[in-house]
Design a protein around this ligand. Sequence first.
Ligand code: ADP
Ligand code: MG
Length: 613
Amino acid sequence: MSDIIRLLPDSVANQIAAGEVIQRPASVIKELVENSVDAGSTYIRIIIKDAGRTLIQVVDNGKGMSPTDARMAFERHATSKISNAKDLFSLHTMGFRGEALPSVCAISQIEVKTKTPEDPMGTRLIINGSKVESQEPVICDSGTNMMVKNLFFNVPARRKFLKSDSVEMSNILREFERLALVNNNIRMSLEYGEKRIDLRAATFKQRITDIWKNSIDKQLLPIEVDTAIVKISGFVSRPEFAKRRNPLQYLIVNGRNMRHPYFHKAVLSCYDSLIATDTQPCYFLKFEVDPSSIDVNIHPTKNEIKFEYEQQIWPILKASVKAALGHFGAVPSLDFTTDILPVKKLNEGEKPVQPKINLDPNYTPFISTEGKLHNKERGKVDREWESLYSDFMSAARGFGEQNSNREEKSLFPQDEADNSVGNLCIQHDQRFIITSALGKLTVIDQRKAHLKILYEDYLSHLEKNQIVTRKLMFPEYIQLDSGQAEVFPTIEPELRRIGFEIEFAGDSGAKISSVPAIIDNVDYADLVLSIYENIMDDDSNYGREVNSIKRINEKIALTMARKSAIPVKVRLTEDEMEHIVGRLFSLEQPGITPDGNRIFMTIESSQLESFFN
Ligand code: ADP
Ligand code: MG
């Protein structure tokens, strides 16, 4: 038999590698801009056409490449940043593997002009799907001008996988924000369509406010610690600015934006009793560590990182965030820019009186006296909850009527309800309903149960297209960032289908004039944005191929249920508990929430017996 194993040609190997490194136009931008940063540029210009489909151009004023280097740069494993395997482990180099350019050139048509400051002439190189078409001297500025055209032109499967222009553009804007934040000392601009964002070289704080506008300024609390193993600097947001959606959260390690779930948790835990449970703080943290103590090669796109001193950094991080929160009175405080202090003028002969301040000596920002929420927040939640609950009760009643001919699998048939002890519900810790169902001791998570009930309710409305639209007396406005504005028109029909009426007004925002009648008393702007995020997060090709209506319905129902379900912790009356239990167990699958969490647990009498024997 003849031999059958062959080596793949480089172009094919590169296409395979490209699958890992380049998922979408935004990934090309990341790789090109990082190269420009590494080349010591002080101004990086990005030009995008058709959301990166037809053109991604990055122009820098860095150190450029010699003619030979320009050619070499597109070879696999060609890098100027590491020279031996030892370098791999002393990663000043942040995971350089010389993979980006060969990957990009395997799936696009590239034209690059580059010149070093020393050379009088530059080089122009044209590469078409890994194949070098021409290389010639050219007159050009020092630096590198990289044009990536027709991304995925030779990989139809990948091209099809791209989402709509608006979604890809929104990804690009996110990536640009990340890159701009990390490289605050470099001037960076992004041109797309008629639009242009130009960010001056700035301090970290200026860059944050340049990107996210000045209003973010007063939310920021500075952080600064310097220890032998790590230097942490940057900002966390004041608790009162915690966000329900899209919190800005950035962890920058040695100049690269990284994901680190463990440290993310550390930051969040500092806010534990300071903010509502469905909100998150923003943070912009820079870590400087010894490069040999981190490993960024665990992920092909190099955005996950491992720290050697993770255990030691954790308490340092927590302490510094807590210090910032405590130090700067991150509890409600006077805003000196707007509040006028009532200072009375002294009359002649009058003695000044020491002002009295009402301090609660027992107050600490880290332990709230009433459960998870602060008093202010709590009052709000209670009120919302009351009205939510009354809706829920009427919905529950309505449900009973509609289904009166259906065989209710209720555990508590009406006739037994009065004298049976089976329906006794006890609330534990304001969170769990304890009852006896099907002869077992049953402990139910109240919020999860309510969420499941609402979800099934909303879903059946959506599936039957029984959407009644209700006009808002006072329209609500949504403020969109540029990425969201880009995507919004794509999901508008979807929102219309479920009963929203929304008008868009360019970048600045949108007006909600009507809402689905089945939901009441929620923050509609927030709901709309959550629905939008939920749909966008989906990996299926939303906006290109029709995402199956069923899936979208499920997502919308889940988002609405999450917004309307009762809080994790709230006191329930016995009636309320009975209704929840009754409705839950009339569902086909009472055991599991739509997002896959358990709703209740049971203990058999026999288990109880064996415990006592
Ligand atoms: P890596 O960045 O991991 O080294 P790349 O494939 O991204 O791998 O780049 C290969 C090499 O090409 C780099 O090491 C660098 O020497 C050179 N290079 C790429 N982009 C630029 C640029 N904008 N300016 C100067 N040199 C560049
Ligand atoms: Mg690179």
